[in-house]
Design a protein around this ligand. Structure first.
Ligand code: ADP
Ligand code: MG
Length: 323
């Protein structure tokens, strides 16, 4: 079981920021209105996520962190199944198999919470604990038992910055949730719940850019694109700032990027760059988000209509302003 989890970990957990992504997405799935993230030494020393969501009951907690405890790798086919299917339900066991892991949770109706300690995939301790409603995860000594992984990490400050960026992006897609990020004891940002997108962006992006954002929303059939786009003549920066989300998840995708760039084509003069945050929403069967969840890649069924909805949505916002 520990081996299988470590193999899955190779896919899900590439670096501290992947742990932040998985844990914070769980917190959001749990309906949290506040999520606090702490890292020390770029997340290699400590990486902690605390939320006020609905929690997980004591009997489910053990299962959630040792999911594959009963399954064994019997042949090569099993191995390829791990790498080719979605990794749903594998994040916690994966993280716990490559760290010293502690998770405590308390549901709203419970008298007390329950904690579990896992080291390198083996449960070493569990029991009742007193804590507020919600869930708290502490990941210490990430990759302590996978030295090959450690070698691929960048400097602590680079890894901390990646954690910061991952949380920033997730926060943009979850405006009703409050977030904080502390690195080496210093608060890097604190975002109150129920902010607007431009207000939240202003914490990270230069003010002149945030003041020049056009908010837009555009629908075509079952699809919808919304977000903010920078006014070309005001959107001068050091380069483009483009963030893309599909069904609420941050993605990196060439098709979306080229549709955004296409909408700005002919509208920019030198030293102007596109600035945009777009949220694409479409029925789940029209997009495959499990191509590689850790790498934020997606694959669309109908690329032409995706291109045109994004291109049209942004073009229309920009030309409304130009009128
Ligand atoms: P997945 O999110 O794909 O179900 P995970 O390994 O990330 O798989 O989490 C396993 C399960 O543990 C979740 O389905 C959920 O029931 C529970 N869980 C994890 N994190 C939290 C959390 N912060 N609050 C409540 N439940 C959680
Ligand atoms: Mg998860």
């Amino acid at each position: 079981a520990a081996l299988r989890n470590q193999i899955a970990a190779g896919e899900v957990v590439e670096r501290p920021s992947s742990v932040v992504k998985e844990l914070v997405e769980n917190s959001i799935d749990a309906g949290s209105s506040q999520v606090d993230v702490t890292v020390e030494r770029g997340g290699q020393g400590l990486l902690a996520v605390r939320d006020n969501g609905f929690g997980i009951s004591s009997d489910e907690l053990n299962l959630a962190v040792t999911r594959h405890a009963t399954s064994k790798i019997s042949d090569v086919e099993d191995l390829s199944a791990i790498t080719s299917f979605g990794f749903r339900g594998e994040a916690l066991p994966s993280i716990a198999s490559v760290s010293r892991f502690k998770m405590g949770s308390c549901t709203a109706d419970a008298q007390e919470g329950w904690f579990i300690n896992v080291e390198g995939g083996e449960v070493v301790d569990e029991g009742p604990t007193v804590m507020p409603a919600g869930t708290s995860v502490e990941v210490k000594d990430l990759f302590y038992n996978v030295p090959a992984r450690l070698k691929f990490l960048k400097t602590e400050s680079t890894e901390a910055r990646r954690c910061n960026q991952v949380l920033f992006k997730i926060s943009l897609a979850n405006l009703e949730t409050g977030f904080s990020f502390i690195s080496n004891g210093r608060e890097q940002f604190r975002l109150p719940p129920n902010q607007t997108l431009p207000d939240r962006l202003a914490v990270f992006w230069p003010r002149n850019i945030c003041e020049s954002l056009l908010t837009f929303s555009h629908e075509a059939g079952e699809m919808k694109v919304s977000g903010c786009a920078g006014i070309p003549s005001l959107a001068q920066g050091r380069g483009d700032r483009i963030l893309m989300f599909v069904n609420g998840r941050p993605v990196q995708d060439k098709l979306l990027l080229s549709a955004i760039r296409g909408a700005y084509k002919g509208r920019l003069i030198s030293r102007e760059y596109p600035q945009a945050v777009i949220f694409l929403e479409l029925p789940p069967d029209l997009v495959d988000v499990n191509v590689h969840p850790a790498k934020m890649e997606v694959r669309f069924q109908d690329e032409r209509s995706i291109y045109s909805i994004i291109h049209n949505g942004i073009s229309q916002a920009l030309s409304r302003y130009e009128l």
